[in-house]
Design a binder for this molecule. Sequence first.
Ligand code: ATP
Length: 234
Amino acid sequence: MLEISDLDAYYGDAQALSGVTMTVHSGETVAVIGPNGAGKSTLVNAVASLHVKRSGRVTVDGTDLLGVPAHRVCEHGVAVVPEGRRVFAKMSVHDNLCLGAYRRTARAEHKAGLSRVFDIFPRLRQRTTQLAGTLSGGEQQMLAIGRALMARPTVLLLDEPSLGLAPVMTDEVFEAIEAVNAQGVSVLLVEQDVDRALDVAVRSYLLSEGRVAREGTSADLRGSDDVRRSVLGL
Ligand code: ATP
């Protein structure tokens, strides 16, 4: 279980998150929606110890993550799929995936990891020797998710998986997120496509100006005026 309480985050003196409190229970998919600049990516970075000063409390299964450097976060079962995918363009699909098996326990069983990833993303199985930079945007997103899964995470942090993808590819990526969750991985999904995010998540949080403006079941948020005003601009 991922528990975030009273989390503040700063870039220099500028505060990007204020008092954010959220929970992702074991096996849940939780979405974080919000307008541009609300702090969604900052939230992912703050949980993963990337690029941001933080205070407050972030725990995964009771272990405090705030003292853990970024390269050790995966040892605690947290894997990140960053915004913009960040695959290694000049390396093959296979080698990108193997890099994800950085965690000690994952390294030992990387063959089983590859076959689990290929079950979720059959497109990647057909392209193991292809250079990642030559994949389509949707395939690169699948590779980024696959690479994160190679670490055998208990919690997956996904930052804007639909960004720049054609609708048909977005459908495939979201089906994969459901398949990942069905394997028991908890998912914290940061996403601008509100409808898709609320479809896939049981509970959701609305972030606005670095604060949680609203939380509830995705059905509640879908109908809420706050969401319509703040994210959809209606
Ligand atoms: P978007 O959907 O547009 O990516 P977001 O909700 O993910 O937005 P963040 O990228 O987390 O929002 O940004 C939150 C605030 O922090 C914004 O005001 C942004 O300008 C600021 N910010 C983000 N990254 C940095 C940085 N590296 N240095 C300074 N300020 C930053």
